[in-house]
Design a protein around this ligand. Sequence first.
Ligand code: SAM
Ligand code: SF4
Length: 326
Amino acid sequence: MTILCDNFGRKIEYLRLSVTDRCDFRCFYCIPKGYNDFVQPESWLTLDQIVCVVRIFSELGISKVRLTGGEPLVRKDLPEMIERFHALPEIEDLSLSTNASQLAKYAAVLKENGVGRINVSLDSLNPETFKQITQGDLQAVIDGLMEAKRIGLSPIKINMVVMKGLNDHEISDMVNFCLEHDFTLRFIETMPIGEGGVNATDYYVSLDDVRAELESKHDLEPTIMRGAGPATYLRVKGTNLRIGFITPMSQHFCETCNRVRLTVEGTLFLCLGQQTNVELRPLLQQGISDEELKDVLRKAIQLKPKQHDFQEEKGGIARVMSLTGG
Ligand code: SAM
Ligand code: SF4
């Protein structure tokens, strides 16, 4: 088995693929209202180019691929893309991050094509608050979640970005919702990525506070979860509910980072919180051979920074979150 390792001894086995930077929602911390600087179609990688990069990565040791965005389900050829990834023998784990607005329509297709794990953004169970944060329709998301549950996509993880004064009073409601439906719940701290992310720092809540609040109400025990990534998990004793905490700001988890990110225009970002990147599209356009591309990717991995710079770079990361997909 091939293993891809960076300069700090971290095994890189996970690719997050932002299949589009566009989205049918406008979560203010991600794509602020009025933002219009999307990658133009003429700069997108073609489906064949995307599959080529994923195939070469898989031959180098990447076994997990997560489709993200933007909103992956706004991409018309997503079912075909997934089918082609599913056919790659080295890809063991194909997953999706979605806002679930169109999940009711696509859940069955995803399952048929080997997508197991899905993460769904859900910041509020109140339609008005949900609209205020995302500009989207809560009912469509709930319908999508219920369909995913009905057809047996598993596990379903709910991602909630906790924000002071906006949704931090809904922690208990979200715990009860996830208990009722057997979803995993993950809390996320706002990150200063893009203009939206920087604006969202005004609403920043340390998840230490959320954890303390939960501990005062529930009996929690440490637990582990397959594919946990950067989240640390607790279980509510006597239930199946697992609660994850993603704390890029208060406690970074860079020493165990196993991932890289590819944008729809073929830019490979080696760290979510740094600009270090390698542009693959020009090379693909020039018809780079498989062996040459392997070499480029191996060298790119050596550029992976030791850790992110969120705390130091107070101005945040200039690119919009939907370009790299979180
Ligand atoms: N559209 C999909 C979704 O919302 O799940 C996938 C892409 S979205 C960029 C991936 C994750 O990034 C979501 O859970 C979202 O809440 C999170 N996210 C976006 N901007 C963020 C920010 N500034 N700080 C923290 N999390 C953010
Ligand atoms: Fe769209 Fe997801 Fe960003 Fe919200 S977080 S604007 S749903 S890409």
